[in-house]
Design a protein around this ligand. Structure first.
Ligand SMILES: Cc1cc2nc3c(=O)[nH]c(=O)nc-3n(C[C@H](O)[C@H](O)[C@H](O)COP(=O)(O)OP(=O)(O)OC[C@H]3O[C@@H](n4cnc5c(N)ncnc54)[C@H](O)[C@@H]3O)c2cc1C
Length: 440
């Protein structure tokens, strides 16, 4: 699109993709950028990135994403991002009871790390519990680690995602980006168009409070809520969720676990080094995730409410993971539990493109598929590059807009991604089952 540096740009959503975009474009000299965010605070309670930590691993099964993650790793090592990058290494294993699919996936990741000349020197095979303690440096793990095998990669680690969002929010504000926050001024109701059909063009956005803000370009970065602002995306993006929970430690317990690697048993889940400020150790279970399909449209939609609960099956996996690694924590209360929504695509490719029939006046970044935060420092570059592409088209074919394929009533979301283990389930079914169980 032919957009001048002084033209008004409206970005909807101040999560990972929106803040990165605002920061990059303001650095590139765009002077009239406004972000609309539905929460009163940044990080937003609805952002999938509002969290203590996210895995920062560079090796993907697919070299395209490995190369991007290596580029992102370099960016995390620049002064602006370094405070949030904790390069404690990544222990990627399976337990002795893992299904074959989990073991195969882990080996594909290992092979990807071996293929990359920059990552390879950091890679160490793990074939026993002793290796976990001595090679991965997790000497604090007193659990039996039954049958644990995999690899340790010191190239990787985790990033403090909530703090990174705060940091880039500050930088973007310093660069002159304007922010409208809150459920009236910041929450966007819709994109406003003039014209119809092929000549349709956006002229700005309307907030929930009914105010109109003119914009030459609207960039949609609303994560799991994509379908609300760009309903045309239909089933190409599915709101999906995973559970998150924490164990609260004492100061001494936190200090004792300083420097442990990000620890992932692909059949159970993963956890991180405890956060010294809150003494919280974050856990996520491995599973297919939960969706919330609207029966009328067949599209899984992120609920408005923030869910402060996690399914019992997930809690069981988290406790088993602790039992195998840090057994003294296995029966502790799980606190700050919630279900976190992201924007999933069937092949886990991102979508970074103009929305069709908008005369390139609306761009969407979506389909983060639960692996987008590691790219936080470089997402804005993708937007800048699309804005400057000679033919105005997305040159990366896998990131182009895809017209939603019709799905039969009740057909579930295709999931061709090997690293996801477990069935995708409707959240309402889980809630129904759990409420029936509680009445027994
Ligand atoms: C449990 C979990 C674990 C994850 N772990 C990892 C990991 O280990 N490594 C990794 O790389 N990635 C991970 N991710 C993925 C990562 O969090 C996402 O890729 C990233 O947050 C996507 O950024 P986004 O900007 O698209 O969406 P979000 O960060 O969700 O931001 C969307 C923003 O839009 C706002 N918004 C929504 N609707 C409106 C509206 N109408 N008006 C105004 N604002 C609106 C929301 O409030 C929010 O701030 C994980 C995700 C989840 C859920």
């Amino acid at each position: 699109m032919n957009i001048a540096k002084i033209d008004p740009i409206a970005i909807i959503g101040a999560g990972a993709f929106g803040l990165s975009t605002a920061h990059e474009l303001s650095n590139k000299g765009y002077t009239n950028i406004t972000i609309f965010e539905k929460d009163e605070q940044i990080p937003s309670r609805w952002s999938a990135a509002n969290d203590l930590n996210k895995i920062m691993r560079a090796e993907y099964e697919d070299d395209f994403y490995t190369n991007l993650a290596v580029e992102a790793t370099h960016a995390w090592q620049t002064p602006l991002f370094t405070p949030y990058f904790h390069r404690v290494g990544y222990l990627n294993c399976v337990s002795g009871a893992a299904p074959q699919k989990a073991a195969d996936t882990m080996r594909t990741f290992q092979a990807a790390a071996e293929r990359h000349p920059e990552i390879k020197p950091f890679l160490h095979p793990i074939s026993s519990p002793e290796d976990v303690r001595n090679i991965a440096g997790a000497w604090q793990f007193t659990g039996e680690l039954p049958g644990w095998k995999g690899y340790f990669c010191k190239y990787d680690g985790y990033v403090h995602s909530a703090n990174a969002l705060r940091g880039i929010y500050r930088e973007a504000s310093k660069n002159g980006v304007r922010f409208f926050l809150g459920r009236h001024a910041g929450a966007v109701e819709k994109i406003v168009y003039e014209g119809t059909g092929k000549s349709r063009k956006s002229v700005g956005v309307e907030t929930k409070a009914g105010s109109f803000h003119a914009a030459k370009l609207v960039i949609v970065t609303v994560g799991a809520a994509a379908h609300k602002i760009v309903p045309e995306i239909g089933t190409e993006v599915s709101a999906k969720s995973w559970s998150v929970a924490h164990v609260r430690l004492t100061d001494d317990e936190t200090a004792a676990l300083r420097g442990i690697p990000v620890t992932y048993a692909r059949d159970l889940g993963f956890f991180f080094e405890p956060d010294p400020k809150t003494n919280l150790l974050k856990l996520c279970p491995m599973g297919g995730g939960y969706i919330n399909t609207n029966p009328a449209t067949g599209v899984s939609e992120a609920p408005e409410a923030v869910f402060q609960f996690i399914p019992k099956e997930d809690e069981k996996k988290m406790r088993e993971l602790l039992r195998q690694t840090l057994p003294y924590l296995a029966d502790r209360p799980l606190v700050e539990k919630f279900i976190c929504w992201f924007a999933d695509t069937a092949d886990s490719d991102f979508i970074v493109d103009y929305v069709p029939d908008t005369s390139s006046s609306v761009m969407i970044l979506s389909g983060d598929s639960g692996h987008g935060f590691k790219m936080f420092p470089i997402v804005g570059r993708w937007v800048d590059s699309l804005l400057n592409s000679a033919d105005g088209k997305q040159s990366i074919s896998r990131w182009r807009w895809r017209a939603p394929k019709p799905k039969a009533q009740g057909e579930s979301f295709d999931d061709e991604v090997s690293w996801r283990i477990g069935d995708v389930r409707e959240l309402r079914d889980i809630q129904r089952e759990e409420s029936a169980m509680s009445k027994l």
